[in-house]
Every structure is written in C-alpha cells, then in structure tokens.
Design a protein around this ligand. Structure first.
Ligand SMILES: Nc1nc2c(ncn2[C@@H]2O[C@H](COP(=O)(O)OP(=O)(O)OP(=O)(O)O)[C@@H](O)[C@H]2O)c(=O)[nH]1
Ligand SMILES: [Mg+2]
Ligand SMILES: [Zn+2]
Length: 351
C-alpha cells in the first residue's frame, strides 16, 4: 500500500497493517491537512480532496469530543456515487496533543495527531515565560511524541545560548534550540526532526513565531505571518491548524497561538517535566509531606541549598492543582452521565 505520496505523508508499514485489518471496501486512506466548519481538507495518494463527516463520525463525536477528526489524523474516506466524499473513520492515533476544551474544561480537544515531534515554540524576546514552557512541555510529553523546545527570535537578544542553557537545565530529556528566522541561525539544527515522512507539531503562544518557523523550514512562504513585529499580543495570525508538506519531505503542523492551554489528563506529562521534583519528593521523610515546614523535607532542603528555585515549586503546585480541578470536573461529568443513563434504564424497565 505504501504509495509514494502516502509514504511522504508519514504512511508506513504499521499503518499498512492497521488498514489491512479493517473492512475497507470502497474506502481509501487519507490524512487530514485542515479542518473547518464545513469539512476536511485531505491528502490522498491522488492529491488533495475535500470531505465531510459521515453519520458514524458525527455520532461518535456527540459522545466523545476527542473523536472529532483533527489535523494529522489518518482517516478512511468513502467515495459515493455522486462524487461526495465522507470521512468514515479515524484510524487509531499514535500520538495526540490533547488540551482541556475551553468550554467547561471537563472534555478534551485534540489539537494535532500522529506527530513524531512536539515542538514547543517560545520567543527569546520578550523574555521566555518558563511557566508557559513547562506547561507546553507537559502537553508535549503527554502527547506521546518526542518533545523539543525551540526558542525563537534569537536575533533580538545578545545571550540566546545562555538563555537556552537555562531553559535546558529545567527541561530534562528535552533538546533545546535557539533559532532565528530572520538570520537563519540554528534552523539547520531543526532539520533532523523533519526528515522524510516525519511530522512535527508546533505548539506555542500567538506571536511566538510558529508560522515564521514553518516558512523558514519550508524555504518558501506557505503560512501568513504577523505583518508588524509581534509583541505577543493582539490578534491571532493563524486561525486554522494546518498540515504543511516541506520540500525536503517532512511535515509541519502549524497551529494557532494557544492563549489558555488547559491541561487535560496530563499527570504523566507534568511528572516528566518536573521529574527533579518528583524524585526529591521520594526522599522526604513523610510520604504525605506537604513540603512546607515538615522535618526531613527534601524539597525544603533543596530550596535552602539553592538547588531548587522556589518559583519552580510554585509552578509545579499550580499545575497539579489545575489537574486536580479538571479531574474533579470530569468525574462530575461522568457521574452526571451515569446518573442519566441509570434513570433512562429504570424508566425503560418500568414500562
Ligand atoms: N526578529 C525576529 N522576528 C521574528 C522571528 N520569527 C518571527 N518573528 C516575528 O514575530 C511575529 C510573529 O510571528 P508569527 O510567525 O506570525 O507567529 P505565530 O506563532 O505564527 O503567531 P499566531 O499565528 O498568531 O499563533 C512576526 O511579525 C514575525 O516577523 C525571528 O526569528 N526574529
Ligand atoms: Mg501563525
Ligand atoms: Zn517534603
């Protein structure tokens, strides 16, 4: 099955197997490149196509918001006799960036799928926001892909490498790159992540330089970027998530700036980002230590010796509180759904 265009989109032997194991009469594989209100832009082995959601897909997303087909998804498309195309099924995702949906936060929203690398994009100027970087890295780890941090606009600061080293010291297991799209500095260091068939998803605030980075990697302007020099405020330039093929064979998923990234079921991601703290906690004398005034607290000891920045502890606590709140809301939603199902059942039985 690995036809040239599909392979260049990331289709591989594993997907061949997935495809072979399903009933695919009249279906063909495609990858979603863009989603809007009325449907999906897709790439298939014979080029770009446009499709709408099938009844099956609509029914699935009515109960589970993460079932919504999203950019990067591999899907099965059906061609009808009147030439209409429908997305019939989303193939199992290997990786997915899932944030808490803005409404209610008790449901997840998938921002990108099937990416090999989750690139956290943060500007060096104005000064990088470490809390935001940690939050986005938690999202990146949680997505199941390899997280990488890219600090943009290196041309605007004199000490880009020092800042990159600072960020790296609090990001165990993450490659940190300082780059400039204006001068091209550091861009070649990113090419290894976007080899043929490899997908990189970009995550970052509005104005961080995600679309500029996409264009820089592509060598041509494929995405519109903010016209005036960005100060991180104002309107979003990119409004749709979009999958872009690079001339070199790689794939970039550019996303609109994330203003509020609510974490969703990201406990593992948070644990990866704050691995140093998670290790320290294991050394506290009491296993219910609140790292406050308890004797034998390894976290307090690390702060007194200067090994741990108290602000990092604060940020960790904040993310954990947020996780807890999301989980509680989710529990409440599940309980409410269970209750209404139960009521329905008892009503049916009474008939
Ligand atoms: N000096 C300098 N400016 C840059 C660099 N990269 C991006 N910019 C500028 O930063 C602004 C924002 O860049 P965009 O690429 O549009 O940012 P974005 O992350 O795609 O923003 P949204 O689409 O709103 O999420 C633009 O004015 C760019 O010209 C860089 O390396 N150096
Ligand atoms: Mg953009
Ligand atoms: Zn402690």
């Amino acid at each position: 099955m690995a036809l040239p265009l599909l392979a260049s989109l990331g289709w591989d032997a594993g997907l061949d197997l997935t495809w072979a194991s399903r009933d695919r009469v009249g279906h063909r594989p495609a990858r979603i490149t863009r989603v809007d209100r009325s449907g999906y832009d897709l790439l298939t082995h014979d080029g770009p196509l446009r499709a709408t959601a099938s009844a099956t897909v609509l029914a699935a997303l009515a109960t589970d918001s993460t079932a919504t087909p999203c950019v990067g998804d591999w899907v099965a498309v059906r061609c009808w006799s009147d030439d209409r195309l429908t997305v019939e099924q989303v193939l199992p995702r290997r990786t997915a960036v899932v944030r808490a949906s803005v409404a209610g936060r008790s449901q997840g929203q998938v921002l990108a799928a099937n990416h090999d690398v989750a690139m956290v994009v943060e500007p060096l100027h104005p000064e990088p926001d470490l809390g935001r970087v940690e939050r986005l890295l938690a999202l990146a780890w949680q997505s199941g892909a390899r997280p990488v941090a890219v600090l943009t606009k290196a041309d605007l600061v004199p000490d880009a490498q020092d800042i990159a080293a600072d960020v790296a010291s609090g990001a165990e297991g993450v490659d940190v790159h300082a780059v400039s799209c204006r001068t091209g500095a550091g861009i070649d260091g990113l090419r290894a992540y976007v080899g043929p068939g490899q997908t990189v998803a970009l995550l970052g605030a509005s104005g961080a330089g995600k679309s500029s980075l996409t264009n820089c990697l592509a060598g041509v302007d494929v995405m519109a970027t903010r016209a005036l020099r960005g100060d991180g405020k104002g309107r979003h330039t990119t409004v749709h998530r979009e999958l872009v093929q690079l001339p070199g064979g790689g794939i970039v998923i550019d996303t609109p700036g994330l203003r509020l990234v609510g974490l969703f079921a990201a406990a593992d991601g948070i644990a990866r980002v704050f691995d140093d703290l998670e290790q320290l906690v294991l050394e506290c004398r009491f296993n219910d230590c609140r790292h406050d005034t308890e004797p034998g607290c390894a976290v307090q000891a690390a702060m007194s010796s200067g090994d741990l920045d108290p602000r990092r502890l604060d940020r960790w606590r904040k993310l954990q509180r947020e996780m807890l709140r999301t989980e509680l809301r989710q529990d409440a939603r599940l309980r409410a759904a269970q209750l209404s199902r139960w009521k329905q059942l008892t009503r049916d039985r009474g008939r």
